[in-house]
Design a protein around this ligand. Structure first.
Ligand code: AMP
Ligand code: MG
Length: 410
């Protein structure tokens, strides 16, 4: 059993995964789904010249000399509320009352806000005046949002692989995409393993602990846009492990994820059961925490076994499972985005690629990190106190105070 680098292990895992199939969904169901089609603008945006203010549409040339002590008087020929479609062409000496978002009529090339006129009554239902006094000159184009200023018809605005965010859905709505081709939501079966594990509502007993990994991992998976099927806890015996794996097969999941039971402990049956019905590689990865990792398949369903210690399984998720889920769901994202941070104190490492719990804060414009709590892989509290993982590269045994390292906000 050779020692793999984190990158080697990740690449090996990823090479086994392809995106799931696609489906056409109503736009309202597309939040956090991954786009599977190019989106090209179906129209200019905005689709017509419109006013960015409540005011009066004018010909800028008519009001070049307007001032508060020398107002320019214009005849108000029409009223243009939002949603209407003016048919007039504004002639010299004329103005049209106009609302924000309403189309600017032919002939007009500027909007004078109500505040710069003698008619600033905006109460609902107030009719437009017959005449308006303009107190200030307006440049041609002032307060007019020209057609196509944001986007031209035909421009590609979103590409496949994009995980759809709130503003994306807004833009898709603007462009009239009532349905969108997205990747199906991957279905992942999750189980914990170990005779020591109690359900969350059980009182603690001597020698037992509560199963926390399934809550941490399920949450991470749901946040990553996948559907989690919680299979519960497998006991440390082959029948129990097999029972859960068979459930995953029946449910036709895209991946089985487990925690614990994959080290070389005498009671670790996961490996044994999977090997009898598929294959399983047992890897040692040059990382800390979370050296052991199991990767294989059970009856053709891919399987990833994370280590059991709560922080190890969290880190293993971030390093290996997050990019795997991203690939499955069709996303072009991988691991979390890296930021550079300055270490507040000296950090000693052991030469493995290390993922350390830290609190990052801003100090005079720079991001500064200090380690939280006990860094042992069972100490979940120190992970709760952290807002980031610092990444100490392989081969480094000491990072002096003040030096910069990579980090992931978590
Ligand atoms: P194992 O990989 O089975 O040797 O487990 C390693 C460590 O992780 C042991 O201390 C286990 O008790 C602990 N552990 C395993 N599974 C869980 C779990 N689901 N929740 C919390 N701790 C766990
Ligand atoms: Mg165990």
């Amino acid at each position: 059993m050779s020692l793999l680098s984190v990158n080697q292990a990740r690449e090996r895992i990823l090479s086994h995964f392809q995106p799931v199939t696609t489906e056409l969904l109503p736009l309202a169901g597309c939040s956090n789904r991954v786009l599977a089609q190019d989106i090209a603008a179906t129209s200019d945006l905005p689709p017509f010249n419109n006013s960015s203010m409540d005011g009066f549409a004018v010909r800028a040339a008519d009001v070049v000399d307007a001032a508060s002590d020398a107002p320019r008087s214009l005849r108000v020929v029409t009223d243009i509320p939002a949603g209407s479609h003016p048919t007039i062409t504004l002639a010299s000496g004329e103005a049209a009352r106009i609302m924000t978002g309403a189309p600017v009529p032919e002939g007009a090339d500027a909007v004078v806000p109500v505040e710069e006129t003698n008619f600033d009554n905006r109460d609902a239902g107030t009719p437009a005046p017959d005449e308006v006094q303009i107190f200030r000159a307006a440049k041609s184009g002032a307060n007019v949002r020209p057609r196509g200023m944001d986007l031209r018809a035909g421009e590609v605005v979103l590409n496949p692989g994009r995980s759809l965010k709130a503003q994306d859905l807004g833009l898709l709505a603007m462009l009239g995409f009532a349905t969108v081709l997205v990747f199906r939501k991957p279905r992942i079966a999750l189980f914990s393993s170990g005779d020591e594990l109690l359900p969350v509502d059980a009182p603690l007993e001597e020698g037992k602990i509560r199963d926390s990994n399934s809550y941490t991992l399920a949450t991470l998976m749901e946040e990553t846009g996948t559907e989690v099927i919680r299979l519960g806890v497998a006991k440390d015996n082959p029948d129990s492990v097999k029972d859960l794996l068979e459930q995953a097969v029946t449910l036709q999941v895209d991946l089985i994820l487990s925690s614990a039971g994959v080290s070389v402990g005498a009671f670790d049956f996961v490996k044994q059961v999977i090997e009898a019905n598929g294959k399983m590689d047992f890897w040692r990865v040059n990382m800390r925490p979370g050296k052991p990792l199991a990767v294989g398949e059970y009856k053709s369903i891919p399987f990833i076994g994370l280590p059991g210690n709560p922080v190890s399984s969290f880190v293993g998720f971030e390093v290996f499972v997050r990019p795997t889920l991203q690939r499955l769901r069709g996303s072009s994202d991988g691991v979390r985005q890296t930021v550079r941070v300055r270490c507040q104190e000296q950090i000693d490492s052991d030469g493995r690629e290390s993922y350390l719990r830290a609190q990052i804060r801003e100090e005079s414009g720079a991001l500064v990190a200090s380690l939280t709590g006990h860094q042992g892989s069972g100490n979940l509290h120190s992970l709760v106190q952290a807002n980031a993982l610092l990444i100490i590269p392989a081969g480094v045994k000491c990072v002096p105070a003040g030096q910069e390292v990579d980090a992931w906000f978590i």
